[in-house]
Write a protein of this length. Structure first.
Ligand code: FES
Ligand code: FES
Lengths: 767, 159
């Protein structure tokens, strides 16, 4: 054997806990990163979709002749051309690939066109003649729930009802406050609309390049509807322009593949912004009725709530959203008695599903509004009331589950409470006032308000689902240097999961050079980039695979070097023994025989909720955050400027602090949007504002400074103790802003987004 | 079809375009310059921002035929000999992007802004970028990146 080339122990860089720069940062800043909308193939066609203009109608006939006769059109497809399962869905396959008898929402897909040119495809899509018998849409979820309502689906109108009965159902309290709240329909509004490219392989199989959150659930649904064995469907993640839940359900996937298989040519589909509003699910609008009972000293006695989520036309992930809304309906507080009924309901509105916060957002707005109302009724400081009832480790949820990991609720609250307040606005600088350079005020009528909110949510999938992720790690020597290759199917949607995989491999194997391969379905599932789970789950899988590689490396080293060194360990890129120090380098031992391992990571087992009582250990772990909002409000015009957001969040362990900060700031921006401006306006089932001109998301001027305090308390069940980071910033930022608005205006403000009319008192509610 | 001749990233192009072809699709589809993204089609998001004769414009609001005789600069022209432009470097270093879809447009808008304004404070940077939406980052690191790049470019210019 050659003499060992001992490398000096260099401080290993770019591992876990460092703010490592994202490897895609360079191509993304250079305009070289290939988003799904940038894909191109020789000889490719363009696909377009014909959608129903009616929220509810019966299809009488479909005539594709004129569309087919349009110049440059290659094919027109309807439901008759779907070879396999005619409908799809993540949890309930209730959504037609292409509608055949009924359409249940405006924008439902009915036919597809492929043509040589995108314009030709769009024009032809408009020439598919569909005769409809137009029906009165059922748009009110309460009406849909009522006895005798016409059933929109064979299963009826209730997608799911979660019933929680916890503690004493007859408990009585000294002080009772009741409230009715509403949350509007928010859009994920990722910046890169849905798109993808399908390429037939000429042997009946297909390759799809698409932006998505979960490759393998797409694969399952594709294979079923295309009637192909899963091995014939290969999906590769294309560059994703943001996701936030909107890419969990299918959009172009089946459509694009149907067109490609039919024509035998590559087909690209790309939605414009307007079509995107019809092409993905939205956040469930909600109506929530709450009753809180407390003792005079502020201790909560009970919470009763009735929560109605408008699921829209198809189930999407409504069943899980409904469970989340119910499980987290009382907030991170000790609530000994709870009576909760949460419903997700079918209507003829646009389908609703996953969006950052997933059911916990809607209820957080209601329970935090209730906590403020209760504080007022008791004449207790709202922060003090929250502190008094704050959950801690060992607390019992209203589902009977014990909170095992860190639950530093009071601490988070204390931190945002103690954060210094921003200075008063500068009346001389109108840019700092509500209305800004519109010059609507020079300070007159402007009042400052401060509000607080707490929020929490589950990390990962719940209710007994055996969620897992898969990773393959290969250690080899390239040009004399050790190199690690990591492969998983985890979707990089911008959150930074590629960076995190690199960091973990560096930390576990001490190797600087790490390559993360493109995510695709040639490896096992990584699950979804959702539920704040991907760093935990795929991070766990990469860690497991690295550990297995390391074990084999040391085993091989022991075989080569004999017993004389005793126990060997890995230190940086060197193999060391207690007695002899460095005895070999990784490169010496690996040589030209790479070591490769594929491992899965499963989180600890969870259990279903009891259908009668909603009790059960349904969740893996919980994440908590606190927010304080400071706002300036123009009381005459109802204009608002958020002056500052302070937040404290326990992230368990910040694998990449800079990326954590990015999640916190970006998440708060979306919470601010829901509080003040973001709502898909619907009238009789029709979307009135499907564009960025009319659906407003926060601009750089709307976004205030963020003061973030990150705690790292370490979850005992998670790799490195990490918790998910993505969702908590969006959950309690909304109610904190509304609380600040109430503080400034004294108005009830029971609906988000808050409109100027509500602030100046035109909403018909008394102050 | 109409003939249009223009200079894109220092290369002269002559092409036949439909009169209603938008400049952004001309760049993306005819010239293959896909670094310029389309986010909204209603000139709201700024993902399609380029420089037209040195001024930042949203290329989804310009017809290709309107660009006759102009000089167009897209994100692809910024890096020189493999070196990132200070703005690109700063966006990368300060984590001013997540999905990155807004990034080329942000950088082009920022380039116009910092070339034409010295010593901008944070409010001025923000006011200058109001027409560029980012859904991922909450904008803070974008402001930081522009501040970093602008001071670097200034110190370079005074050297
Ligand atoms: S695509 Fe041009 S501004 Fe949005
Ligand atoms: S980084 Fe995703 S839109 Fe800006």
């Amino acid at each position: 054997m050659r003499a060992p080339t001992i490398q000096k122990r260099t401080e290993q860089r770019g591992g876990v806990g460092e703010s490592v720069q994202r490897p895609d940062g360079v191509p993304k800043t250079k305009g070289e990163f290939a988003y799904s909308s940038d894909l191109w193939a020789e000889n490719m066609l363009w696909g377009a979709t014909t959608r129903s203009p009616h929220p509810r109608a019966r299809i009488v006939s479909i005539d594709t002749r004129e569309a087919l006769a349009t110049p440059r059109v290659r094919t027109v497809l309807t439901h008759e051309d779907v070879p396999g399962r005619k409908s799809y869905g993540m949890e309930v396959p209730d959504q037609p690939v292409l509608a055949w008898d009924d359409v249940r929402y405006q924008g439902e897909a009915v036919a597809l066109v492929a043509a040589d040119h995108p314009e030709a495809a769009r024009r032809a899509a408009g020439r598919v003649k569909i005769e409809y018998e137009v029906l009165e849409p059922l748009v009110d979820p309460e009406t849909a729930l009522a006895d005798g309502a016409p059933a929109l689906h064979p299963s009826g109108n209730v997608i799911r009802h979660i019933r929680i009965r916890h503690g004493d159902q007859e408990a009585s309290a000294e002080v009772v406050v009741k409230g009715d709240y509403q949350v509007g329909m928010q859009d994920q509004a990722f910046l890169g609309p849905e798109s993808g490219l399908a390429i037939p392989d000429g042997e009946g199989g297909i390759d799809l390049y698409v932006s998505t959150q979960w490759l393998h659930i797409d694969l399952d649904q594709l294979a079923a509807s295309l009637d192909l064995p899963p091995s014939k469907v290969r999906i590769t993640l294309a560059g994703v322009g943001g996701a936030f839940g909107a890419r969990e359900d299918l959009s172009i996937q089946i459509h694009c593949c149907l067109l490609a298989l039919e024509t035998g040519r590559p087909v690209k589909m790309m939605y414009g912004r307007e079509e995107s509003f019809f092409g993905h699910v939205h956040r469930h609008p909600a109506r929530l009725h709450y009753e809180h009972g407390a003792m005079r000293d502020g201790r909560l006695v009970y919470v009763k709530a009735r929560i109605v989520l408008d699921g829209g036309a198809y189930a999407s992930s409504s069943t899980a959203v409904c469970a989340n809304a119910a499980c987290f309906s009382c907030g991170p507080y000790n609530v000994p008695n709870a009576t909760i009924d949460a419903y997700a309901v079918y209507t003829d509105n646009p389908p609703c599903g996953a969006m950052r916060g997933f059911g916990a957002v809607q209820t957080c707005f209601a329970y935090e509004s209730q906590m403020d109302r209760l504080a007022k009724a008791l004449d207790i400081d709202p922060v003090e009331l929250r502190r008094l009832n704050a959950m801690d480790t060992g607390a019992t949820m209203i589902t009977g589950q014990e909170v095992e990991g860190p639950a530093p609720v009071a601490e988070l609250l204390k931190r945002v409470r103690n954060a210094p307040l921003p200075p008063d606005g500068d009346a001389m600088d109108i840019r700092t006032l509500p209305g800004g350079v519109s010059n609507t005020t020079h300070g007159e009528g402007v009042k400052r308000g401060v509000g607080y909110a707490l929020g929490f949510k589950n990390i990962g999938y719940s209710e007994g689902f055996d969620d897992f992720s898969t990773a393959r790690v290969r250690l080899s020597v390239v040009a004399g240097e050790p190199q690690v290759e990591v492969h998983s199917a985890a979707s990089e949607v911008g959150q930074g999961v590629v960076t995190v995989q690199m960091q973990i491999a560096r930390t576990e194997l001490g190797v600087q050079q790490v390559v993360v391969l493109p995510a695709d379905t040639s490896i096992g599932s990584s699950g979804s980039s959702s539920a704040s789970r991907q760093t935990w789950m795929t991070g766990g899988a990469v860690k497991n695979a690295c550990e297995a590689v390391r074990a084999r490396l040391l085993q091989r080293a022991a075989q080569r070097l004999g017993k004389r060194h005793g126990k060997l360990t890995l230190d940086g890129a060197n193999i060391v023994s207690a007695g002899s120090g460095s005895v070999a380098s990784i490169s010496d031992i690996v040589g030209d025989d790479p070591i490769e391992e594929t491992k899965e990571y499963h989180h600890r087992k969870t259990f279903p909720l009891d259908p009668r009582t909603g009790q059960g250990n349904a969740h893996v772990a919980f994440a908590f955050a606190a927010h304080r909002a400071v706002v300036d409000v123009d009381l005459d015009l109802g204009l608002v400027r958020v002056v500052e957001m302070a937040t404290a969040q326990d992230v368990g362990k910040a694998l990449n602090p800079q990326a954590v900060e990015g999640q916190i700031e970006g998440g708060i921006a979306q919470g601010l949007g829901l509080a003040l401006m973001e709502e898909i306006q619907i009238s009789q089932g029709r979307i009135l504002n499907p564009s960025f001109t009319d659906y407003l998301i926060p601009t750089i001027l709307d976004m205030p400074p963020v003061r973030a305090d990150v705690l790292e308390l370490g979850d005992p069940h998670a790799p490195y103790g990490l918790k998910g980071v993505g969702e908590p910033p969006t959950i309690s930022s909304t109610p904190a802003i509304v609380a600040a608005l109430r503080d400034a205006t004294g108005r009830p403000l029971t609906r988000v987004p808050v409109r100027p009319d509500d602030i100046v008192g035109l909403d018909g509610q008394s102050g | 079809m109409r003939r249009v001749s223009l200079t894109v990233n220092a290369v002269e192009h002559e092409a036949m375009v439909e009169p209603r072809q938008l400049l952004v699709y001309f760049l993306r589809e005819q010239l293959g310059l896909t670094g310029t993204n389309v986010g909204c089609d209603t000139s709201t998001c700024g993902a399609c921002t380029i420089l037209l004769n040195g001024k930042s414009v949203k290329s989804c609001t310009v017809l290709a035929v309107q660009a006759e005789g102009t000089e167009v600069t897209t994100i692809e022209a910024l890096a020189q000999d493999g070196d990132l432009h200070p703005l690109q470097q700063a966006f990368h270093e300060t984590h001013a992007l997540q999905c990155g879809y807004c990034t080329p447009g942000m950088i082009m808008a920022a380039l116009d802004l910092i070339t034409n304004n010295e010593d901008m404070d944070e409010d001025e940077i923000r006011t200058g970028l109001e027409g560029n939406l980012c859904r991922c980052t909450g904008y803070h690191n974008i402001v930081k990146a522009i501040q970093q790049a602008s001071s670097e470019m200034r110190s370079f210019a005074t050297k």
